[in-house]
Write a new protein. Structure first.
Length: 50
């Protein structure tokens, strides 16, 4: 549920703040946030060291 709800929130925020000039920046920011959420969920369930 965390991944689904955060995915929805991240995409809504991207659509709200995105402008024609900043499409590429928001795309990469969006992807980074999605990866960060997935990494946080994985770390919560399976603690690891980098």
């Amino acid at each position: 549920m965390v991944i689904v709800s955060s995915h929805f929130a991240i995409d809504c925020a991207k659509l709200y703040f995105e402008k024609k000039k900043t499409v590429k920046i928001w795309f990469f920011t969006d992807q980074l946030w999605h990866l960060a959420v997935i990494a946080a969920v994985v770390r919560y369930h399976y603690p690891y060291e980098i």
